[in-house]
Design a protein around this ligand. Structure first.
Ligand SMILES: Cc1cc2nc3c(=O)[nH]c(=O)nc-3n(C[C@H](O)[C@H](O)[C@H](O)COP(=O)(O)O)c2cc1C
Length: 201
């Protein structure tokens, strides 16, 4: 027969286990806008703050800080099963993508598609995309257009990538729409939504 104190301790231990399983996920935020402190980058920061606040291990990579060359389609990885011959920063980013539990991909909308920096990164996952398994994905898009529906084409491009991955789950989208100037997103609902979505991971 348990004493009242033992029963209480068991309940608290149960809550702690539950809390532990909720926290400490590895979250990787990939910010692809060439504008540091731009609208999508600000939304990345909001997501990051929320995810940190709820106890997760979060890293944001501002892609412009990295040297990531185009995939040349040389076939070294796909046809010959070798690692990518390009010696740039992509190997390090790929390691982080493979290790993450959650990947956030943020892009400004350029001509109703994702920006070139994000597409370049996606193409360069070629050598190890089969190792990017069982991840949860969040997408952030920013655009001058205030019509969320017009973002679908860009979101479908992200989905083209996750379609190629094993057990990828899309968990949420932040629409940073109606924002043209750098920083115009401040004060819009998307800022709070990004924070809350980060908190909820
Ligand atoms: C080259 C270029 C193309 C753009 N194309 C579009 C577009 O097709 N639709 C749109 O709504 N906004 C477009 N924009 C506006 C950006 O999406 C908008 O400024 C966005 O907030 C940029 O996000 P950022 O601050 O994270 O870079 C374009 C901007 C640039 C520089």
């Amino acid at each position: 027969m348990l004493t009242q104190q033992q029963a209480t301790e068991n309940v608290l231990a149960g809550i702690q286990i539950k809390e532990r399983s909720k926290v400490n996920k590895k979250v990787l935020v990939l910010s692809s806008s060439p504008r540091r402190g731009g609208n999508s980058d600000l939304l990345c920061d909001q997501f990051t703050s929320g995810a940190k606040e709820s106890g997760n291990n979060v890293e944001k990579i501002f892609l412009k800080d990295k040297r990531i060359n185009y995939c040349t389609g040389c076939g070294t990885c796909i046809d010959r099963g070798k690692s990518c011959p390009q010696k740039d920063d992509m190997a390090e980013v790929l390691d982080k993508m493979v290790a993450a539990d959650i990947i956030v991909m943020a892009t400004p909308v350029y001509f109703y598609t994702m920006c070139a920096q994000m597409k370049t990164l996606i193409d360069r996952t070629c050598s190890r995309y089969t190792r990017i398994t069982n991840k949860e994905f969040y997408f952030i898009v920013t655009a001058a257009d205030s019509n969320n529906q017009a973002m679908e084409r860009t979101l479908e491009e992200f989905r083209g990538f996750t379609y190629c991955l094993e057990d990828a789950k899309e968990k949420g989208v932040i629409y940073g729409t109606g924002a043209w100037e750098k920083g115009e997103i401040k004060g819009k609902l998307a800022m709070e939504e990004a924070y809350q979505l980060g908190m909820s991971v």
